[in-house]
Design a protein around this ligand. Structure first.
Ligand code: ARG
Ligand code: ZN
Length: 459
């Protein structure tokens, strides 16, 4: 999908300097890395992915994957070679437009050299054959993510940069693409992914292939497959398919996921505007990661979630998935909004008011650790900081609501999605839209709440 580039001359320069410091010498043309300040190697330059077609043949008993990834892209400049992000199992071969291409691996970069260079504007197809046992990423501060094997299968959860652990990818927040998954397993194993199933699973001999399509643009960190034993429920919320799948060994009220998802979608459509994708649902599996993830159209939960968690992950479908930050520094645009959605839901369903939740956290004294870190630039290791990103992100929205007034604030929530859905936006875009709607100068509020490590004045 077409990328909208970001950044002033100053940030581009800063990123260019970071890239010089961080990329391997072999990638001195800056083809490795799309310029994210926190993940400088993620993403690549010079082309734009339109579609991923991932054929995955997975055997749960051995956790062995034999895969073929077909990537349709467009060259944005003349390309003698190009990079993909990839740190998965061994590659057998690579073709570009059907002809064998040379390839080399260096860390998480896969460099492909086609037999002739690709002219600017050319649509081309890269196919990569690979097989082996994909491994999760175990990061000291971000935890376990990427390809995660389970007792009876596997689940892929990529946030922030785990897609490379199981397929070659342009892992750039700004390069959204559509996806097709063709997942082959032994008969009797269930395979799910983002989006909608294409017909019934196809049984051939002792193997079954399930095909899923995500037809709306998706950032790679939101791509997901789930393979294993699942009890699948297919319902509808109005006309929207609601496909949920629960590991039969899960503890708790396994029947709650489908109705909780339906209730969250209904309430959020009333509050945020039309649901942005063609189906919804959720997947519960025992992963041992202790977080849920808002994988596009179908979040994944590590255990049966409570209603508030479902409200949070479904809210991300608007805030995070439809409208995606331009860089990881702006992750508060995901987590602050999803946290605020939980507070609003609670307020309207017999819980405490948003104001009282805000006041409770605002009571933290100036100088407390709670106020440390900049909410809109917390640093790479702190992108999931509960206080700086989730809570202070939600509080920033409450400060904005009090300042703009209810009518303008709820207009902002809906207009934000209408304006930027299927694309990317940053904190500056939010301020510009909020100022346009409210006719107020919001720079002081944004600076105090997002770019300061001091306790802000009460709005
Ligand atoms: N975005 C998830 C949420 O809904 C959290 C993901 C945490 N990921 C991680 N690698 N620790 O809040
Ligand atoms: Zn979240």
């Amino acid at each position: 999908m077409t990328k909208r580039r970001w950044g002033t001359a100053a940030t581009s320069l800063a990123c260019a300097l970071m890239l010089v410091a961080a990329v391997p010498a072999s990638a001195s043309d800056n083809s490795a890395g799309a310029g994210d300040p926190y993940f400088p190697l993620a993403g690549n330059q010079g082309y734009d992915v339109e579609h991923y077609d991932l054929a995955l043949d997975f055997t749960p008993s051995s956790h062995y994957l034999a895969a073929q990834a077909t990537i349709s892209a467009r060259a944005e400049k003349e390309l003698a070679r190009f990079d993909l992000d990839y740190s998965g199992p061994a590659i057998d071969r690579v073709t570009v437009d059907g002809r064998p291409a040379a390839f080399a691996r260096d860390g998480q970069e896969l460099t492909v050299t086609p037999d002739r260079s690709l002219r600017r504007g050319k649509h081309f197809t890269v196919r990569v054959w690979y097989r082996g046992n994909p491994q999760p990423i175990d990061d000291p501060t971000l935890g376990i993510y990427g390809w995660i094997n389970t007792d009876d299968g596997a689940v892929a959860l990529n946030e922030p940069d785990g897609a490379r652990s199981w397929y070659p990818v342009n892992d750039d927040l700004n390069d959204k693409a559509t996806y097709t998954y063709r997942i082959t397993t032994p008969n009797g194993v269930t395979a799910l992914a983002n989006g909608e199933p294409q017909g019934k699973p196809d049984v051939r001999g002792d193997k079954t292939t399930a095909v899923w399509n995500m037809r709306k643009p998706m950032a790679s960190y939101l791509s997901m497959v789930a393979i294993g034993k699942f009890d699948v429920t297919s319902g509808r919320i109005g006309r929207l398919p609601n496909i949920t799948a629960v590991d039969p060994g899960s503890e708790g009220d396994t029947a709650s996921l489908a109705p909780d998802t339906a209730a969250a979608v209904r309430w959020e459509q009333d509050t945020f505007g039309k649901y942005p994708f063609d189906s919804v649902g959720g997947i519960v599996d025992r992963l041992g990661v202790d977080y849920a993830l808002e994988t596009q159209s179908r979040p994944v939960y590590d255990g049966v979630p409570d209603a508030a968690t479902v409200v949070h992950e479904i809210a991300h479908q608007w805030y995070g998935d439809a409208v995606t930050p331009k860089t990881w520094a702006d992750i508060w645009l995901n987590e602050g909004f999803a946290t605020y959605a939980e507070w609003l839901w609670d307020e309207q369903h017999g819980g405490p008011t948003v104001r009282s939740v805000f006041d409770g956290w605002y009571a933290k004294p100036a100088g407390d650790r709670f106020w440390k870190l900049k909410t809109a630039d917390p640093g790479r290791d702190e992108i999931f900081s509960y206080s700086a990103i989730y809570l202070r992100g939600g509080m920033t929205l409450q400060a904005l609501r009090v300042t703009m007034g209810d009518r303008d604030f709820f207009t902002l929530l809906r207009t934000w999605v209408d304006t930027y859905k299927y694309r990317n936006a940053d904190t500056g875009d939010l301020r510009a839209l909020a100022e346009k709607i409210s006719h107020k100068n919001l720079k002081p509020l944004f600076d105090a709440w997002l770019y300061s490590e001091e306790k802000p004045a009460r709005p």
